[in-house]
Ligand binder design. Structure first.
Ligand code: NAD
Length: 271
């Protein structure tokens, strides 16, 4: 669960305001990141997918003493216009943006990638999981006249094949490339753009992947640390990248997965 860690509080984000996109419930990675940013003094505007999620997200937001929430469906330009306009109207400018959004149909996330990927499924996965980042980065950067920091969330399936991850792996590869191009474009404006590659974590998104539980088991058993990826590590990396601690870091994919990404051949069972 996202909730159980001794979150370091402080002032690393004091005076900074930003947008977090992608809280769906208390297990969302975006929520773990938000709590850590808030504990360090950040003020956050939360975007959520639509009215049906508001009921779940509002109590979380209120539990950390905040109330700025705007709906934003990333597939709908008008909804994105309205969300970023609301932030502009209230704050004028922002310092950071967290993109923690992805989607692919259940039918795409099983079996053979070659067999299962339809044109429409591919288009939808790319639109929601990749284009939305480019779009949000552009809109976010317009609100960062004094520079800032942007992060997105990715997974090892971008770099290596993972069973059932399929078109989402293809999308994550596109997301990581988009992150680097955005870092190139926005760097001269003092905006640092980076990605966190988290190990498998128990969230709604993982539940959509056939064999998601096994992905978590392998991620834990093969990892150097022999443990699940912990929200505190992911949230800590986000804090690092979004605060001034992250100066000079841009275009980076930071792996927070207990070392799993660096394993070539796992230990023999029993050794
Ligand atoms: P999650 O289901 O809690 O978050 C996914 C979010 O995407 C939800 O808030 C959902 O509302 C949002 N979303 C989907 N379609 C949308 C749309 N059209 N408009 C607006 N929002 C939309 O799951 P999560 O695991 O916290 O996922 C967050 C990010 O982390 C994703 O990019 C995911 O790929 C990535 N990630 C997850 C894991 C993992 O194992 N859980 C590992 C690495 C990376």
């Amino acid at each position: 669960m996202a909730d159980e860690w001794n979150m370091p509080s402080g002032e690393l984000m004091k005076g900074k305001r930003g947008i977090v996109m992608g809280v769906a419930n208390q297990n969302s990675i975006a929520w773990g990141i938000s709590k850590q940013l808030a504990a360090q003094g950040a003020e956050i505007a939360f975007t959520y997918q639509g009215e049906s999620l508001e009921r779940r997200v509002r109590p979380l937001v209120e539990s950390i003493g905040m109330d700025f929430m705007v709906p934003a469906d990333v597939t709908d330009d008008e909804s994105m216009d309205a969300a970023f306009a609301a932030v502009k109207e209230k704050w004028g400018k922002i310092d950071f943006l967290v993109h923690s959004i992805a989607f692919a149909g259940k039918e795409e996330l099983q079996g053979s990638m070659v067999e299962k990927t339809s044109r429409e499924g591919f288009r939808r996965a790319m639109d929601i999981s990749v284009y939305s980042f480019i779009d949000a980065a552009r809109r976010g950067a317009e609100l960062m006249p004094d520079g800032g920091a942007i992060i997105c969330m990715t997974y090892l399936g971008a770099e290596r094949t993972v069973p059932s991850y399929n078109v989402m792996g293809v999308a994550k590869a596109g997301l990581e490339a988009s992150m680097r191009y955005a870092a190139r474009d926005l760097g001269p404006q003092g905006i640092r753009v980076n990605a966190i590659s988290a190990g498998a974590m128990r969230t709604l998104s993982l539940a959509g992947i056939r064999g998601g539980k096994a992905l978590m088991g392998t991620g834990r058993d093969w990892s150097f640390l022999k443990e699940d990826t912990r929200m505190e590590g992911v949230a800590g990396a986000a804090l690092y990248l979004l605060s001034d601690l992250g100066h000079s870091i841009a275009g980076e994919v930071m792996h927070v997965d207990a070392g799993f990404h660096a394993v070539g051949v796992p230990d023999e069972p029993g050794e």
